[in-house]
Unconditional design. Sequence first.
Length: 381
Amino acid sequence: MLEIAEELHRWAEQGRDFAVATVAAVEGSTPRGPGATLAVDASGAALGSVSGGCVEAAVYELCQQALRDRENVLQRFGPADDTGLDALTCGGTVEVLVAPVRTADPVRPVVAAALSAVAAGRAVALARVVSGPQRRLGRALLVGPDGVLAGGLGAGPGLDGTVTDEARAFLDAGRTGLLEIGEEGARCGGPMTLLVESAQSPPRMLVFGAIDFAGALVGIGKFLGYRVTVCDARPAFATRARFPEADEIVVEWPHVHLDRAATDNRTVLCVLTHDPKFDVPLLRRALRLPAAYVGAMGSRRTHLDRVERLREAGVTERELARLRSPIGLDLGARTPEETALSIAAEIVAVGRGGTGTPLTGAVGPIHHNASRRQIHGTSAV
């Protein structure tokens, strides 16, 4: 449910009763991964998606049933049968947890705390009991990087402590999935299954160079869920009026800002300055960071000149191999908007393990579930 936390947070604040269907596990080729969510409120309004369409109607009905019955349901959907009804046409298999979240339910405060935290941009993991002893079903535990934030599984410190440790590991990896554990917090006791959803703080996109292409890239970066910073040393260009959608605008030499910017292995760096006095000191630092993507704009001639300057500045061949330049995929882009699309397409391809080639006539899986890399952090963002 953390995938659509901001919208669900509004529902919770409005006092709505709703049911949430969350993809708990997948096998084979599937349209959505673990953490994908469809929510339905008591009036029938819906948010999100679990399958891109093929089993949406069936899951919608399960949500309405969960609101009526006040019970969790774990439903498996597989390849199409003879009727083709309520089945995945893509050939894979998904398990979906459907859970009611009613105003009077004991789990409601834990869910509300989780939704509030994610809506505020905090990193949390929510562990919910999917199967096991009846008295544990539906219980939830909300965990942050430093420990428990809310809830409990009703079995004392042993179980809560073990699940907290496991949930923090899920959170560190930005992963959502099922956790098998014993009722007493070890492998002893009756078996239990929990769905652990993790939501990290938004990944960062740093755009260097306050040019017209940067304006289009800011918009698509926000659309993809990034926290976007625009940095340029020229105060006349790096203004709020020019980049109203940016989360942060910095007037500073790019390499100076990068030295103090908070970056991690999900961070995307887009260098649009194509000016050696900015590019070389900036890329020299950027290519040594654990960033998910480093791209630089410029012609092929600019690229070759830039590479030689970087070599002279001490950048190794291994570091240079990380540089995506000229930036973006070959879409024949000309306008700032088309160029931003080509850059975003390359960022997604690098992060998801895609090739960037047309799917028409290609072989192999369309969805790279198994090899997916964590550019965006959680399968819920």
